[in-house]
Design a protein around this ligand. Structure first.
Ligand code: ATP
Length: 235
């Protein structure tokens, strides 16, 4: 479904990605793990064309999307939930949700999707008239995911959904991630919480300083001593 070959990205003279090669197959949850600054967020932003690709190629359904504008990438069915959530603080929960569907014209289906998004996160339904900026961190993360689903993505790019959240909220977010996947959405998930990510993912890649250094099934990665030592807090 998605194929990155030797993707490079630069911030000025800093090379954040030094040749990232990975693939995501339809139906999968794939996770990217790695330390701070390894290039995980940059990889997602390169796919979304939020940062330009300086070398290599990105293909989606066999089509080259390396230099497509972000709105075109979204229109093809790839939606990103950015780190930091980026919800609109002065809009209500419902208004935030509707912003996620701005490219869509199918009004009737929109209503059904809105209802479905609120079913996934019942707390958002209770708070649908509350301003986004007054939600807790966990609720904002839920809203960011729900809003992304309003674009009906086939591939959802999720950046650090567990960042800064209480363990019980993290559990809930990961349950919903699994459910979204079971309902037919493919996911590429960036996580510092490697333990949680590898529990829900089918496969994973470990990034170090802009390169993939280890890849495999989630079970392989969980059993890999290098992963255990560096990312799972075992030795
Ligand atoms: P984190 O989990 O801390 O977000 P990450 O693996 O997602 O880490 P990236 O955010 O992709 O890492 O960053 C990769 C590298 O690019 C880092 O060295 C970072 O300092 C650098 N970088 C990221 N954004 C910028 C920017 N806007 N300007 C300059 N350098 C940047």
């Amino acid at each position: 479904m998605l194929e990155l070959k030797e993707v490079q990205a630069f911030y000025g003279t800093i090379q954040a990605l030094k040749g990232v090669t990975l693939e995501v197959n339809a139906g999968e949850i794939v996770c990217l793990i790695g330390a701070n600054g390894a290039g995980k967020s940059t990889t997602l932003m390169a796919i979304s064309s939020v940062v330009p690709v300086g070398g290599g190629t990105i293909a989606y359904d066999g089509r080259d999307i390396t230099r497509l504008a972000t709105d075109r990438v979204v229109a093809l069915g790839i939606t990103q939930v950015p780190e930091g959530r980026m919800i609109f603080p002065d809009l209500t929960v419902l208004e935030n949700l509707r912003m996620g569907a701005y490219l869509r014209r199918d009004r009737a289906a929109l209503k059904a999707d809105e209802a479905h998004a609120l079913d996934l996160f019942p707390i958002l339904k209770e708070r649908r008239k509350q301003l986004g900026g007054t939600l807790s961190g966990g609720e904002q993360q839920m809203l960011a995911i729900a809003r992304a689903l309003m674009a009906r993505p086939r591939l959802l790019l999720l950046d650090e959904p567990s960042l800064g959240l209480a363990p019980i909220v993290v559990e809930h977010i990961f349950e919903v991630i699994t459910r979204i996947n079971t309902e037919g959405t493919t996911l590429l998930l960036v996580e510092q919480n490697a333990q949680m990510a590898l529990q829900v993912a089918h496969r994973g890649y470990v990034l170090e300083t802009g390169r993939v250094v280890i890849s495999g099934t989630a079970a392989d990665l969980l059993a890999d001593p290098r992963v255990q030592e560096a990312y799972l807090g075992m030795d």
